[in-house]
Write a protein that binds this ligand. Structure first.
Ligand code: NAD
Length: 284
């Protein structure tokens, strides 16, 4: 039987650690604040934003909510970000993606002060990750590193294959595994021999965005399998990018969906908010 990597328990542990750090700052009179910006009312985004605000309340971080109408212009959003950048009492800024089509997402990400970019999407933070400097790391891949480490899985020296090269998951995931001294291969939609390459992995990360695509044919016996995907099947049940039923029996360890990678993203967002406050204090 594989080790089931328990994202619920590990994310709860991280939230408790964050809560304890926040409490120390609060005793000194500091109020860590996250501004959460949502444009339009996409139902999935509303659920994510609601969960982020709930997590803030749980760990003791103040959240400021900006709910802008669907027809908000790019200029209006950029003006709000400029205001939040300049506010001393705002430590983190989160703009929920995707944005309506009249707004250029890249421009918006670049407008956020990198020292408040708790999502870790700003090119300056991505660059810092590349060069090994301090900065914010995208929450989902940062959470996956925590899942691995806290489950006692060694990364150093092992073959790591990441399927997917998005800016939010695949690329930062590969860089983080490299930082942990893994030997990293990135696969994507144009990769030839995907199955053979994936089968080399000691640690396989599936961030491909295709329900249950990664079957037993892609997985070496004894591999650690991390499933980033979240999908709803036709019965409205959650599933991942990995075909859990066929892959679990041959893996050494695996993340379930739900209860694997999913809960880690918000826990790491909370962690990044406290880090934003710490960086600011360091700079004073
Ligand atoms: P994306 O669509 O931006 O990227 C998917 C990547 O997979 C692309 O780089 C593409 O090249 C690659 N790909 C697509 N088809 C492929 C194929 N047939 N073979 C090989 N590679 C292929 O998606 P994303 O934002 O990186 O997210 C990936 C998955 O993770 C999605 O299911 C998403 O819902 C989920 N996700 C989960 C969390 C979480 O908190 N758990 C966070 C972000 C994303």
């Amino acid at each position: 039987m594989p080790q089931i990597i328990d994202g619920k328990a590990i994310s709860a542990q991280i939230k408790e650690e964050v809560k304890a750090r926040v409490a120390v700052y609060r005793e000194r009179g500091a109020e860590i604040t996250l501004a959460v910006v949502q444009v339009g009312n996409d139902p999935a985004s509303s659920v994510y934003v609601g969960n982020k605000k709930k997590a803030c309340a749980y760990v003791g971080i103040r959240s400021l909510s900006y709910e802008l109408p669907e027809e908000t212009t790019e200029e209006e959003l950029l003006a709000l970000i400029a205001d939040l950048n300049s506010r001393e009492d705002v430590h983190g800024i989160l703009v929920q993606l995707p944005l309506p089509q009249q707004i250029d997402e890249h421009k918006v990400i670049c407008a956020i002060d990198p020292s408040k970019d708790v999502d870790g999407f700003h090119p300056q933070n991505v660059g810092a990750l590349c060069t090994g400097e301090e900065g914010f790391v995208s929450c989902t891949p940062a959470g996956i590193i925590q899942l691995l480490k806290r489950s006692g899985i060694v990364i150093e020296g092992r073959e790591c294959v990441v399927i997917g090269r998005s800016n939010i998951v695949g690329k930062p995931m590969a860089l983080l595994l490299l930082r942990e001294n893994g030997t990293v291969t990135i696969c994507h939609s144009k990769t030839k021999n995907l199955k053979e390459t994936a089968k080399r992995a000691d640690i396989l990360v599936a961030a491909v965005g295709k329900p249950r695509m990664i079957t037993a044919d892609y997985v070496k016996e004894g591999a650690v399998v991390i499933d980033v995907g979240i999908h709803r099947n036709k019965d409205n049940k959650l599933c991942g990018d990995v075909d859990y039923e066929s892959v679990a029996p041959l893996s050494a360890a695996i993340t379930p969906v739900p209860g694997g990678v999913g809960p880690m993203t918000i826990a790491m967002l909370m962690y990044n908010c406290v880090e934003a406050f710490r960086f600011r204090e360091q700079d004073r």
